[in-house]
Design a protein around this ligand. Sequence first.
Ligand SMILES: Cc1ncc(COP(=O)(O)O)c(C=O)c1O
Length: 453
Amino acid sequence: MKKYRIILGEREIPQAWYNVAPDLPAPLSPPIHPGTGKPIGPQDLAPIFPMELIKQEVSMEPRIEIPDDVMRVYKLWRPSPLHRAFNLEKELKTPARIYYKNESVSPAGSHKPNTAVAQAYYNKKEGVKRLVTETGAGQWGSALAFATCLLGGMDCTVYMVKVSYQQKPYRKSMMRTWKATVHPSPSPLTNAGRKMLEADPDCPGSLGLAISEAVEDAATHDDAKYSLGSVLNHVLLHQTVIGLELQKQLEIAGEKPDIITGCVGGGSNFAGLVFPFVPEKLKGGKVELIGVEPASCPTLTRGPYRYDFGDVAKMTPLLKMYTLGHSFIPPSIHAGGLRYHGAAPLLCLLVNKGVISARSYFQNEVFEAAVTFARTEGILPAPETAHAIKSGIEEAKKCRATGEEKCIVIGFSGHGHFDLAAYEAYLDDKLEDFAYPQHMIEEALKEVPVIKE
Ligand SMILES: Cc1ncc(COP(=O)(O)O)c(C=O)c1O
């Protein structure tokens, strides 16, 4: 009998997250203090992060146990299902077997709560009374609002990029329902926000500016800390619950994957999906691990591998990563969650060592893939997720041409129920493709400091 979904029982949620750090083929370059130019220590991060997360950031333990209180919240939706995309296979007339690991079943609609719940837990344990963060289109803000609400005893403040706050109000309503306070950014509440409003009262805001506001808020209030939804090592660690479940599910399906593909913004859902497969790959395993990004924000495919700031205001430590330059302003494509100038250092190292590959697509071809998926498998993917679907479909088409019966796994990071304006634009033929011009990348890179290693 055909099995459409491979479902694990509650007890099969992994007991520990997988830490890729001890398995890396080369040491990770340390974060650099923006003031001293020296590697940063735990004390530098203590004003904004709780100590347990700082420890996880530098941990060389191969496994880190998932606390019971985190597990209790995970159980509201985990383990997430692995689906076999029979209908999509039929539509594509491919001999490939296509699977997708469905993170859209979380209450917030994406993979983001996997780390939001863990981060809220460690902050609460260390007596933090309020968590502060930024959000672009609202996926990460809603995940953190959900996590703080479910764990209780903590407030949540979200600086939401003003243009999204005005144009996409429903994520804001979701956050408020989960008791978060949401401010449009730039706001008059921080120095960074006030400075911007003085210069331009109608400033639409940007993710970089919202990060600066959230970090300032957390750093200037003793009972508050900051929370980041991607890029950092501890965030990727928490997301490995996805790949660990996937391993069990593929075993049940009797499959060994040939290709695993996922979209990359800061890199957390893709890393969570594929890192548990890295040790086998390093031993010569056949699996191809493919990260996918927008052609309009081609960090891994066109950026150099060097130290850069994580934010526009140059407040964060410098991280060694592929970067388009911290002052890079990505065009406003609909996959808002993929518009970041850098990417996770752990992921970048593995790309640099050839363990993981990367590719990019334009948004019209990505939405075409999303619509094909919705018309066969039913779910409307988030625009970010649709990049992974496009990549999976391309691989399945190659199999149609060669007759290879590959096993392809797609990371389904979230649904697109709050992104219907983007679907509307695609269906009305109003989406524009944009490849970032090389001279603009070079211009932005001029502002990236040169760090001697
Ligand atoms: C549905 C979805 N997928 C992917 C991403 C990209 O983030 P990351 O690369 O950290 O997984 C986002 C970010 O907001 C998102 O909302």
